[in-house]
Design a protein around this ligand. Structure first.
Ligand SMILES: [Cu+2]
Length: 289
């Protein structure tokens, strides 16, 4: 899993290296008069999309390799984990054009091809989700809990090393659905360059990935230092997890709604959905104030 993450990082950084070495540096030294912005943006997003996987895949590694141990079970399938990581290399590198659907200089055919490839990333993601919940169910049942859902009682809910990543996994459900909306050629025009997109990666990176990293830290630091995560610290970790999750829910939820109302992503005004006024008064209208 680490190797496939490094392969992805290596291939993806070629794009950003190319634009810096062949475009920015010659331009800054005065060798060329201008930068081809379309090419530069395309090279950047070729790197910029897999960049998020450089954070997401370590979270997946923890889900596959550490979480099953923490809950007292084992990984559902070794080869399924390896296979899904190989699929990530193939599907998630050449999909940067899904950030450039409104780019006028790119041919629709290429946008369509990368839309299809983006949708393919759903496959390893769903494989991961299946693998996780299979491991949870098997572990719960082994502890003697039967019935359709009562195996959930067999999971260590009061252990922050499990709870934080688990809440992260749950928030990946709306995060993934939002990703499909962003990646749809038609639906993308509704949310393109609005703060919806910022809300999207606050769900995926700032909630799913970060909560998993919190869980990893609570496991890894005691593991490396030989110290024990006391009950008090564990409970403090649970409070921190809940605070973070609720805060992010409000923040990214607000960004999603504001984005649908036309709130711009980077600038203080936007021409989308009727311009400045919608961005400014969106909340008031929505709340009917
Ligand atoms: Cu992307």
């Amino acid at each position: 899993m680490v190797v496939s993450n490094m392969i992805m990082w290596f291939i993806a950084t070629l794009g950003v290296a190319a634009t810096v070495l062949l475009q920015f540096i010659p331009w800054s030294l005065g060798y060329t008069a201008t930068i081809d912005v379309l090419l530069s943006r395309t090279l950047f997003w070729y790197f910029g999309h897999p960049l998020v996987y450089f954070w997401l895949l370590p979270a997946y590694m923890a889900w596959y390799a550490i979480i099953p141990k923490i809950i007292g079970g084992k990984i559902f399938s070794d080869s399924l984990a390896k296979f899904s990581f190989v699929l990530f290399i193939f599907f998630s590198i050449p999909v940067g054009l899904h950030h450039q659907f409104t780019e006028p200089g790119l041919d629709t055919t290429w946008k369509f091809i990368q839309t299809v490839l983006t949708f393919m990333v759903v496959i390893p993601s769903l494989m991961t989700a299946f693998s996780m919940f299979a491991a949870f169910e098997i572990t719960g049942r082994k502890k003697g809990y039967t019935g359709l859902f009562s195996w959930l009682k067999g999971l260590p809910w009061k252990d922050v090393r499990f709870l934080a990543p688990f809440i992260g996994m749950l928030s990946f459900v709306p995060g993934g659905v939002g990703g499909l909306i962003n990646a749809s050629y038609q639906l993308n025009t509704v949310v393109h360059n609005t703060i919806w997109v910022t809300g999207h990666f606050h769900l995926t990176v700032a909630t799913t990935v970060i909560l998993t990293f919190f869980g990893i830290s609570y496991w890894l630091i005691p593991h490396l230092t030989g110290r024990k995560l006391t009950k008090k610290m564990n409970n403090l970790g649970i409070v921190q997890t809940i605070f973070w999750a609720v805060g992010m829910l409000i923040m990214s939820g607000g960004m999603h709604i504001q984005g649908l109302l036309g709130g711009p992503r980077r600038s203080s005004y936007s021409e989308y959905a009727g311009g400045e006024q919608v961005a400014e008064w969106g909340w008031y209208k929505w709340l009917k104030l």
